[in-house]
Design a protein around this ligand. Structure first.
Ligand code: COA
Length: 155
């Protein structure tokens, strides 16, 4: 499934996915519109036969080599088909292209699906933040080095 940068014309589809996938801490239409145009963010979409099936949002800070996976979501109808994985890999590639050396993210401590996705892709848990979400849920903080893993060499 092709992954591409989002266009401003994807806004309605992004809002629909956001509303379907999250019950709290949703990105508003306004925020999504802002991120679509922001030079400090990359919004990627997975598209199948003209339908936007999922998205990921990576945020960058000037002077920082740490990229942040701000959000990732796949339409329920398209889950379990490795789209989340494809979006995550494409997000890492986009971060590398902007010279980031590390990707960080927060995830609800009870979001088993997302945690399985991140851990399966080599993310390491390094912190827990109590009362992080609007509904009081805790977040786990994960990170992954974006350097290609090298085989040890012998001198
Ligand atoms: C998390 C999410 C993006 C995963 O998308 P997806 O396209 O279904 O994921 P994939 O098909 O690429 O699966 C990737 C991994 O997730 C895990 N996974 C997928 N479906 C799962 C299920 N039903 N139960 C448990 N783990 C599951 C598996 O580890 C899987 O890897 P594997 O196929 O090698 O076993 C999707 O469930 C989603 O949008 N959830 C709601 C929004 C959300 O919670 N976003 C994360 C916010 S931090």
């Amino acid at each position: 499934m092709p992954i591409r940068e989002a266009y401003s014309s994807d806004l309605a589809a992004l809002v629909a996915i956001e509303n379907q996938c999250f019950t709290s801490d949703r990105l508003s239409r306004r925020s999504l519109r802002y991120f679509l145009a922001s030079p400090s963010a990359t919004l990627l979409v997975a598209e199948t036969r003209g339908v936007v099936a999922g998205y990921s949002l990576i945020a960058f800070r000037k002077g920082s080599a740490i990229a942040r996976l701000y959000s990732i979501a796949v339409d329920q109808a398209f889950r379990g088909r490795n789209l989340g994985q494809a979006l995550l890999k494409a997000s890492e590639k986009a971060a590398r292209a902007r010279n980031a050396t590390c990707m960080r993210l927060e995830v609800r401590s009870r979001n088993r699906r997302a945690i399985a996705l991140y851990e399966g892709q080599g993310y390491r848990r390094f912190d827990r933040i109590a009362d992080y979400y609007e509904d009081g849920a805790a977040a786990y903080c994960y990170e992954k080095s974006l350097f290609a893993s090298r085989k040890p060499t012998r001198d």
